[in-house]
Write a protein that binds this ligand. Sequence first.
Ligand SMILES: [Zn+2]
Length: 85
Amino acid sequence: MSKSADSQRCQLCQVVIESSPGRADIVQFSNGPQGSRSKLWSRVCQYVTDPDRQRICINQDSEGRGTEQAGDAFPDAPPIDLGNT
Ligand SMILES: [Zn+2]
């Protein structure tokens, strides 16, 4: 009996979090690359301060999202233009 990947949408943050057994959850942002729950937290969910909205957000559980990783709070680097001019 194997449990397949499961996905949940955060109605507040508008991202999809895919959970699969034995793997870290994957957050699919509406645009840009995939990330982790800790990344979602540092970029979006930590700014949710209203208790009514926090109830809607599915990424408010500190145990579920794990510790923040270096770079989580920073936007992904834009493509580097090496200036072939
Ligand atoms: Zn959220």
